[in-house]
Write a protein that binds this ligand. Structure first.
Ligand code: AP5
Ligand code: MG
Ligand code: ZN
Length: 216
């Protein structure tokens, strides 16, 4: 299954992709996570990406397309993958079609988690992530049992640098201008489903499973 998880910043792409990884045993490919790993490692890519991410702007298409092209060619993608946060521009969507063509693959389904923008700032500001295993929490909607400690591995939780109100407003406006138009692109391809992301996390997961299991 070649899946694409769409949705505005904070809609729940990462949270839900983790559930799909567990069930379908295919890797999650998050360009945001890849850029954050590069920032942590202090690579040239990381330096370039950090300035864009801190401003809530997109990393340039050529850079982003290049890392996805390399990632999709890896052996663990042979049986499928879950793209999370890519593509975000029409140029990226067209490049993805081309990359998949070259690999002899096609997208199976596009899953768009829809959450109205007024809910998204609260979701981002309350998000906490485990430094050790990457598990995602929310101080109100998905709180860890002990504040700032990961339930799964006892790791320390941190807040992303771009999860503040100012940067989040920029991220939302970039989404509206550059990424939302991709909905029509994938609707035209006939592989688009929309899920109501305002429901509790487990309900959203159940709806995603229903769409995907219904396709088999
Ligand atoms: P990226 O890391 O992809 O960030 P994003 O798209 O802004 O999305 P988020 O990760 O913020 O949200 P999410 O949908 O994964 O939500 P989550 O599940 O964590 O990108 C970061 C930056 O990298 C970009 O701004 C850009 O600079 C760069 N970048 C990345 N990809 C790029 C690309 N393709 N091209 C160019 N640049 C790129 O959930 C959010 C919170 O809500 C959590 O706390 C969670 O617990 C909670 N939550 C989840 N579901 C629910 C629910 N159902 N109810 C209540 N709370 C919920
Ligand atoms: Mg994410
Ligand atoms: Zn952890």
């Amino acid at each position: 299954m070649q899946l694409l998880m769409m949705g505005a910043p904070g809609a729940g792409k990462g949270t839900q992709a983790a559930k799909l990884v567990d069930k379908y045993k295919i890797p999650q490919i998050s360009t945001g996570d890849m850029f954050r790993a590069a920032v942590k490692d202090g690579t040239e890519l990381g330096k370039r990406a950090k300035a864009c991410m801190d401003a809530g702007q997109l990393v340039p298409d050529d850079v982003t397309i290049g890392i996805v092209r390399e990632r999709l060619a890896k052996a663990d993608c042979a049986n499928g993958f879950i793209l999370d946060g890519f593509p975000r521009t029409l140029a990226q969507a067209e490049a993805l079609t081309k990359i998949l063509d070259e690999l002899g693959k096609k997208l199976t389904q596009v899953l768009n988690i829809h959450v109205p923008s007024e809910d998204l700032i609260e979701r981002a500001i309350g998000r906490r992530i485990c430094k050790n295993c990457g598990a995602t929490y929310h101080v109100k909607f998905n709180a860890p049992k002990v504040a700032d400690v990961c339930d799964a591995c006892n790791g320390e939780l941190f807040q992303r640098a771009d999860d503040n109100e100012t940067t989040m407003k920029n991220r939302l406006s970039v989404y509206e201008n550059s990424t939302r138009p991709l909905i029509d692109y994938y609707k035209a391809e006939g592989i688009y489903s929309e899920i109501d992301g305002r429901q509790p996390i487990d309900k959203v997961t159940a709806e995603l499973f229903k769409v995907l299991d219904g396709m088999k």
